[in-house]
Design a protein around this ligand. Structure first.
Ligand SMILES: *[C@@H]1O[C@H](CO)[C@@H](O)[C@H](O)[C@H]1NC(C)=O
Length: 433
C-alpha cells in the first residue's frame, strides 16, 4: 500500500510538472487559436475541440490529486495520464501546424495586399460563366523624367500612344530600307528607328524616316557598334523599357520584316504581350497536348505534356504595364549574366510557372494569328503552295526562318505588293545550308 502511495505521489509531482508544460502548451494553443478564430472565424481550427481538451486535462489532474483507493483507480489514472500525454503531443503538433499556417497566412496576406494595391476594389464572383480574370493590366503612369528627349520625339511620332520601333546598325542597312519603304507604302506613320550608330542615323534622316539615337551612355556604344547578335538583343530590352516607362505601347520589330498592312488594325491590345509565333499550324502556334509514352509504366504509360512553339521575340506588341516592364528587366538581367539566346530567355520568363525557388512572371499573353503575322516557314512551306491561302494578304511577313533574308524579303514584296505570281517560286522551302 505504502509503495503504491509513494508511487502515486511521485507520479503526482511528475504529473504537476507535466501539467505546467501542458498548461503552457494550452496557453500557446489558445492564443494562436484566438488569432485564427479572429482571422478565420469558420475555418482552419475548431475552438470546441480545444475547450474539450482543456476539460479533459482538468479532470485528469483532479483524479491524480485524489487519494488512491484501489488498483482499479490507479489503472484509471494511468489511462487518463496516457491520454493526457497523447493530447499534449497532439497539441504540440497543432501548435506547430498553426505556426506554419500563420506563416502561410502572412505570406498570403502580403500577396493579397499587393494585389489589392494594384487592382483596387474587391468584387464578388458573379454567376456561372460570367466570371473573367484580368488579362488587361492597368498601364503605368507615364514618367517623362526618364528620358525627356525621347518623350518629345514620341509625342510627335506615336499615334494613340503606340508605335513600331526597330533597332538597327549599319550591318542591316539594306534590309532596313526594305523595312521602312514598305511601312511607308502601307500608310503607317507611327514608327521609329532606334539607330545604333551615326551611319544609320544619317541614313534615316536623309530618307525622312523618324530616327532616334541614344545619347552616349556607358557600355551602350561599344555593344551597339561591335556587339554580336545576342549582345544587341540584350540592349533591345533595356531600350524598350524607357518607351514603356514613358507610357507607350510598343510594337517591337526586327528589320527582316515586310509590312503589307497596318498591324495596329489587327492587334487585340488585351494582353501584356501579344506576339507572333514561330509555329506553323494551329497546334504548334496555339498550343497542344503532346502525349509522352513510357510503355514500362503499363496502365499509366501515357503522360500528357503541354507544348507551344515559342513566341518570336523579333515581333511583339508590349503594353506599358508592370508585368511587361518586369519581363523586360528579367530578360535583360539574365542576358547580362548568361550567354543565352534572347528569344529562349524571353519565352522562359513568359511561360515558366512559379515553383520552389523561383517566382514566375505573371504577364498575360496572346499569340497573334500566324496567317496574318506570318513567319517565313509558313509562307514557303505552306502558303505559297496553297491556292486559297496564297490569295490572303498577310499583315506582315517575317523572314525569320531563312538566312537569305534580303532576297526573300524582296520576293515577298514582288509577290504581295507587285502581284508577281511566281516571285516566290525560285526559293527552296528551307535553307540549303
Ligand atoms: C485552325 O483554327 C481556326 C480557328 O481557330 C479554324 O477555323 C481552322 O479550321 C483550324 N484549322 C485546322 C486545319 O484545324
Amino acid at each position: 500500500m505504502t509503495g503504491r502511495r509513494d508511487g502515486s505521489l511521485m507520479r503526482n509531482s511528475a504529473n504537476s510538472i507535466r501539467g505546467s508544460r501542458i498548461a503552457i502548451a494550452i496557453g500557446i494553443g489558445v492564443f494562436i487559436g484566438c488569432v485564427f478564430a479572429f482571422c478565420f472565424p469558420h475555418g482552419i481550427f475548431d475552438p470546441n475541440s480545444q475547450i474539450q481538451a482543456q476539460r479533459n486535462f482538468k479532470n485528469s489532474i483532479q483524479v491524480g490529486s485524489a487519494s488512491c483507493e484501489s488498483s482499479e483507480r490507479v489503472n484509471i489514472l494511468k489511462k487518463e495520464l496516457f491520454s493526457a500525454s497523447e493530447k499534449n503531443s497532439e497539441l504540440k503538433k497543432q501548435v506547430r501546424e498553426l505556426t506554419e499556417k500563420l506563416r502561410l497566412a502572412d505570406q498570403g496576406r502580403d500577396q493579397a495586399q499587393k494585389q489589392f494595391l494594384v487592382l483596387g476594389e474587391q468584387h464578388k464572383a458573379g454567376p456561372f460563366g460570367t466570371v473573367k480574370g484580368l488579362r488587361t493590366n492597368p498601364t503605368v503612369v507615364p514618367d517623362e523624367s526618364v528620358n525627356p528627349r525621347l518623350a518629345k520625339i514620341l509625342e510627335k511620332v506615336a499615334v494613340r500612344n503606340e508605335l513600331i520601333i526597330a533597332l538597327a546598325n549599319a550591318n542591316v542597312k539594306e534590309m532596313l530600307e526594305v523595312w521602312f519603304s514598305n511601312i511607308k507604302k502601307a500608310g503607317i506613320t507611327n514608327y521609329l528607328v532606334v539607330a545604333l550608330d551615326e551611319d544609320i542615323e544619317s541614313f534615316c534622316t536623309s530618307k525622312g524616316v523618324p530616327v532616334y539615337k541614344r545619347d552616349h551612355d556607358e557600355g551602350f556604344d561599344s555593344i551597339a557598334r561591335t556587339g554580336g547578335n545576342h549582345a544587341v538583343s540584350g540592349l533591345k530590352f533595356r531600350i524598350l523599357r524607357e518607351f514603356l516607362q514613358l507610357g507607350y505601347s510598343v510594337l517591337l520589330s526586327d528589320v527582316d520584316i515586310v509590312y503589307l498592312q497596318n498591324p495596329f488594325d489587327h492587334i487585340y491590345r488585351d494582353s501584356d504581350v501579344e506576339s507572333m509565333s514561330d509555329g506553323h499550324n494551329n497546334m504548334t502556334a496555339y498550343g497542344y497536348n503532346d502525349v509522352f509514352d513510357e510503355p514500362s509504366m503499363g496502365w499509366s504509360r501515357y503522360a500528357h505534356t503541354m507544348r507551344i512553339w515559342v513566341f518570336n521575340s523579333g515581333f511583339f506588341y508590349i503594353r506599358p504595364t508592370l508585368p511587361s516592364i518586369e519581363l523586360l528587366d528579367r530578360v535583360a538581367a539574365r542576358l547580362s549574366r548568361e550567354n543565352a539566346w534572347d528569344q529562349a530567355v524571353f519565352n522562359e520568363e513568359l511561360f515558366y510557372p512559379s515553383h520552389p525557388g523561383y517566382d514566375g512572371l505573371h504577364a498575360s499573353r496572346r499569340t497573334m494569328d500566324f496567317y496574318k503575322f506570318m513567319n517565313s516557314k509558313v509562307l514557303f512551306k505552306t502558303v505559297r503552295k496553297d491556292a486559297k491561302l496564297s490569295k490572303l494578304m498577310p499583315v506582315i511577313v517575317h523572314v525569320n526562318y531563312h538566312p537569305d533574308k534580303l532576297p526573300r524579303m524582296k520576293a515577298v514584296v514582288e509577290f504581295y505588293v507587285n502581284g508577281k505570281q511566281d516571285a516566290l517560286k525560285p526559293f527552296p522551302d528551307g535553307s540549303e545550308w
